[in-house]
Design a protein around this ligand. Structure first.
Ligand code: ADP
Ligand code: MG
Length: 347
């Protein structure tokens, strides 16, 4: 396989972690330069559709738009759901990463992180989106591999290590040894399913309709997988529309309720990890006893999820140092460090 030659282009190369929830961009020679929600606000005016806002600005509009504006998350389930919008988003971030100088953005080499389970059709779609956004050359890297490199795991050695990345749309489990993925699995459960679980809990128990942004805020503020002792713990105030009366209403939620609401998606995540442990080769499983499991992704920040995973597997579990940027950091290392370059695949 021809190895990518980046050295001459080092300053013209980007690694992009195009996450279902957040996009993180690494600029060669600089490091992380962008970390923003993967959201695009599209405005339709006289039948013409154009980009109104991208990233943080677009996320603020979610759930609050007039009919003419649509906020879109082009990657909802870990793959590109809306190609046209994904392209616009990549283009925006590529230009922004280079200081907004659109005339320079053509000819840049781009490494994109893809879920390990993505099909060749999905891989080509993402490559095309990057090419249309101005990339002269596109390389792909498997997300679990990038996360493992970014988390500082010994991926080049004959030592098995396990990474569990909980993102917005998917949870990726990867077992890496000798620069390769010995096992990988991508499951469609992550932060979004947790938000949905909170939304339906509130609807079921309080007859209250809440928006996606509210559910996510509650998860950040008081989200946990373990109910605290009765009478202790945090409270979140939640506003929405009462289903029966149709009026805006405020209620408060405690952490025991959130732990109950999140039980189902969290159990699914634990299950994916258990299956991975059952399926990996015995020698590698033996290494994981010593090395433990490393978690990354925004979902790893949910209170007590690492402790729960440790209890459920009997293995040591730690959270990567930069859980939300370690995929982009790992992809950036693959771009810059010859030791890791073999992790990049041409498409
Ligand atoms: P992706 O790679 O899919 O873009 P990220 O790794 O950026 O996803 O993680 C985003 C998810 O992590 C979102 O669902 C977000 O709500 C969740 N998240 C971020 N911080 C926290 C936190 N402190 N507690 C619980 N969930 C969190
Ligand atoms: Mg991710």
């Amino acid at each position: 396989m021809a190895l990518p030659r980046f050295l001459n282009f080092a300053s013209r190369a980007l690694a992009i972690d195009l996450g279902t929830a957040n996009t993180v961009v690494y600029l060669a020679g600089r490091g992380i330069v962008i970390s923003e929600p993967s959201v695009v606000a599209m405005e339709t005016h006289n039948g013409v559709r154009r980009v109104r806002a991208v990233g943080a600005g677009a996320k603020l509009m979610m759930g609050k738009t007039p009919d003419s504006i649509n906020t879109i998350r082009p990657l909802r389930n870990g793959v590109i759901a809306d190609l046209e919008v994904a392209e616009q988003m990549i283009k925006y971030f590529v230009e922004k990463a280079q200081g907004g100088r659109s005339r320079f953005s053509r000819g840049v080499e781009i490494v994109l992180c893809v879920p390990s389970g993505s099909t060749s059709v999905e891989r080509r779609a993402i490559r095309d989106a990057a090419s249309h956004a101005g990339a002269s050359q596109v390389w792909l890297i498997d997300e679990p591999m990038a996360a493992a490199i970014g988390a500082g795991l010994p991926v080049t050695e004959p030592i098995g290590s396990m990474i569990v990345d909980i993102g917005g749309g998917t949870t990726e489990v990867g077992v890496i040894s000798l620069r390769g993925l010995a096992y990988s699995q991508s499951a469609r459960v992550g932060g979004d399913k947790m938000d949905e679980a909170i939304t339906s809990y509130v609807r079921r128990n309080y007859n209250l309709l809440i928006g996606e942004a509210t559910a996510e805020r509650v998860k950040h503020e008081i989200g946990t997988v373990k109910a605290p002792p009765e009478g202790t713990g945090l409270i979140a105030h939640v506003r929405g529309r009462d289903v029966a009366r149709g009026v805006p209403t405020e209620i408060s939620l405690n952490q025991a309720e959130i732990a109950e609401a999140l039980a189902e998606p969290v159990a699914r995540i634990v299950h994916v990890v258990r299956v991975a442990l059952e399926r990996c080769q015995p020698e590698i499983a033996a290494d994981i006893i010593d090395e433990g499991i490393t978690m990354s992704g925004g979902g790893s920040l949910l209170r007590d999820i690492a402790t729960l995973l440790a209890d459920e597997t009997g293995l040591p579990v730690k959270i990567a140092e930069n859980p939300m940027s370690c995929v982009a950091l790992g992809a950036g290392s693959a771009l810059e460090d010859p030791d890791y370059r073999g992790a990049l695949h041409p498409v």
